[in-house]
Design a protein around this ligand. Structure first.
Ligand SMILES: NC(=O)c1ccc[n+]([C@@H]2O[C@H](COP(=O)([O-])OP(=O)(O)OC[C@H]3O[C@@H](n4cnc5c(N)ncnc54)[C@H](OP(=O)(O)O)[C@@H]3O)[C@@H](O)[C@H]2O)c1
Length: 290
């Protein structure tokens, strides 16, 4: 079996990627703070901001492909710790792209729909980026700089993801709040196109196989956080009275939030009706027409 290296395998998305990739790949996963105990995955401790440690892993392991999911993925932390988050989100990503270029292997960067300001949703791959937060800016920088280092990099822009992995996503803290009997306030004016981690991982592995330049992997349905919460209380049979609507303006946040958060147009719906494009160049590049 060929070797796949997943960075950020100890994270939420990394868990789903590790689960699904195992049937096709011998999977190696990096972690930094949270030990990786997922069965079938060979754990590799690695701080990706240490460029010589990264080089050593790449040159010792010789992976056949890389999915780069590691990041500081919390927008508020990127806002309050801009230099530290830049080191993992941008600098380390560029170093990884260089390593993949030197080895001439496929590399997928996991990016976000927060590269858009949300003012003109839905967004397609050819639309110009317009990040509002440092997190969004860092992801744009990673997309552009990784592809400058290695034009064969595939960028997958992900929406909000949910699922019951043994690693927290935004869903688990919500459930804990409701189960403890506390009220949960959710935005009625932030819209996303959520997908489950399992479906997201399938899309990413398909992108790894087909290698488009850029892919929006948004879900098909556009929901506010509050609407998502309504579905959640129904699915988990929790009391609806604890769910309270609120607006973004009601909650002070470090990271500027779009008035209407972005929803990327679901390329997956295209995939659902037609096969993935046979020509990888038929999709726009991350900086097309901008
Ligand atoms: N979750 C979402 O809804 C969502 C939406 C859009 C895009 N994304 C993107 O999807 C990717 C995965 O997100 P996620 O939700 O799975 O994030 P997560 O659960 O917070 O996991 C982040 C991963 O990155 C690793 N990491 C962070 N800093 C590192 C460093 N310096 N060196 C090595 N590893 C480091 C973490 O390792 P340790 O925990 O072991 O330290 C962890 O494995 C990210 O690129 C994120 O921007 C996520």
């Amino acid at each position: 079996m060929k070797k796949l290296l997943i960075t950020g395998a100890s994270g939420f998305l990394g868990w789903y990627l590790g689960q699904q990739a195992q049937s096709e790949w011998q999977v190696f996963g990096t972690y930094r703070d949270r030990p990786l105990t997922q069965s079938g995955i060979t754990p590799i401790p690695l701080d990706l901001t240490d460029s010589s440690a990264l080089r050593q892993v790449m040159q010792t392991l010789h992976p056949d492909a890389v999915i780069h999911a590691a990041a500081q993925a919390k927008p508020n932390l990127c806002e309050t710790q801009p230099e530290e988050s830049y080191r993992i989100n941008v600098t380390a990503s560029c170093n990884l792209a260089e390593e993949c270029a030197a080895a001439d292997i496929p590399c997928v960067l996991i990016s976000t729909d927060l590269v858009f300001d949300g003012l003109n949703p839905p967004y397609r791959e050819g639309d110009c980026v317009s990040p509002l937060s440092r997190y969004g800016e860092q992801k744009v920088a990673a997309e552009q700089q990784m592809r400058a280092h290695y034009p064969a990099v595939t960028v997958c822009r992900m929406p909000l993801m949910f699922g019951n992995a043994p690693v927290d996503s935004f869903l688990q803290p919500f459930l804990r709040t409701l189960r403890s009997g506390q009220a949960l306030k959710l935005f009625t004016d932030e819209f996303r196109t959520p997908v489950s981690g399992a479906i997201a991982a399938q899309g990413i592995l398909l992108a790894l196989a087909t290698r488009p330049a850029l892919l929006h992997l948004g879900g098909r349905e556009r929901l506010s956080r509050y609407q998502f919460g309504e579905l959640m209380v129904e699915a988990f049979d929790l009391p609806k009275t604890q769910l309270l609507p609120c607006r973004q303006a009601d909650v002070p946040m470090a990271a500027p939030a779009p008035p209407m958060s972005p929803s990327t147009v679901p390329s997956p719906s295209r995939w659902a009706t037609t096969p993935p494009p046979s020509n990888p160049n038929s999709l726009s590049s991350p900086t097309a027409n901008c």
